[in-house]
Design a protein around this ligand. Structure first.
Ligand SMILES: NC(=O)c1ccc[n+]([C@@H]2O[C@H](COP(=O)([O-])OP(=O)(O)OC[C@H]3O[C@@H](n4cnc5c(N)ncnc54)[C@H](OP(=O)(O)O)[C@@H]3O)[C@@H](O)[C@H]2O)c1
Length: 243
């Protein structure tokens, strides 16, 4: 069994970035806990990783259910006593057809904030003692370039694509900074990564700008394995700080 353990949320889809980053981390010697909200999906992905020779297990984790976060944290505590890497990858989908803050479906705004921000916050609370118990824990919040459309008091375009999703990613970046400050003077570094456009939903059509999930996953894993003097509280794109 590898020494280091990494937990990835929203890793139920075989084409998704969650499994892709789990594969990179497993290849770098982590035991990976892949989680998904749908029963059975996480274990299916974990079985595929084990078939590739990696150390992996699957657990159900719905970010809207605090009992799930507590159960998963309890499992990690009893099995491993610490958590080395947390990848907050799960997210609701962008509502691509909505182009204005005024047209945003407020129920979807609530969902986006619940999954992409509150769910991350609650999970970090649940595993905080396990992160602090690790010698060099890393938290990676998977953001999106969509956050750039949102800002406080800036001169912005009138149109905002996927406003609920974009606003939630902006808030996730803010949460990242606040959590990084909270963990200051500990061994925990917290950063956000914009994975760029990756071809994870071929059913929606693939744009020529989309890259393979494995390419984005390398940079997510990079933030998950920063050295002790690495950055914290930032937003990164391919290893470059962008916010
Ligand atoms: N692909 C891109 O071009 C791109 C660009 C920028 C940012 N990102 C970010 O990258 C991350 C991964 O995206 P992806 O492209 O790989 O798409 P994805 O496979 O759809 O990943 C999102 C996953 O989150 C899961 N999820 C949704 N609600 C959840 C909940 N309440 N609890 C637990 N899991 C939940 C989804 O599960 P279900 O399958 O059950 O719905 C889905 O598997 C996301 O944070 C996304 O915002 C992606």
């Amino acid at each position: 069994m590898p020494e280091k353990t990494a937990l990835v949320t929203g890793a139920g889809r075989a084409e998704g970035l969650g499994v892709a980053v789990a594969r990179v981390l497993a290849g770098q010697g982590h035991h990976v806990i892949v989680t998904a909200r749908k029963d059975g999906e996480a274990e299916e992905r974990a079985a595929e990783l084990r078939a590739e020779g990696f150390s992996a297990e699957g657990l159900r984790l719905d970010l809207t259910d605090s009992a799930d976060a507590a159960r998963v944290a309890g499992h990690v505590k009893s099995r491993y006593g610490r958590l080395d890497v947390l990848i907050n990858n799960a997210s609701c989908m962008p509502e691509f057809d909505t182009l204005s803050m005024l047209d945003a479906d407020i129920d979807y705004v609530r969902t986006a904030l619940e999954v992409n921000v509150v769910g991350v916050w609650a999970l970090v609370q649940a595993v905080a003692p396990l992160l602090e118990a690790a010698p060099a824990a890393r938290v990676v919040n998977v953001s999106s370039g969509a956050y750039r459309q949102i800002a406080a008091g800036a001169d912005l375009p009138q149109q905002v694509g996927a406003p609920a999703y974009s606003f939630s990613k902006y808030a996730l970046n803010a949460l990242t900074g606040s959590l990084a400050a909270t963990f200051r003077d500990t061994n925990v570094l917290v950063n956000a990564v914009d994975p760029g456009r990756a071809a994870t939903h071929p059913e929606l059509g693939v744009d020529e700008e989309d890259r393979p999930a494995a390419e984005s996953a390398v940079w997510m894993a990079w933030a998950a394995t920063l050295p002790a003097d690495g950055p914290t509280g930032g937003v990164f794109y391919d290893g470059e700080r962008v916010a």
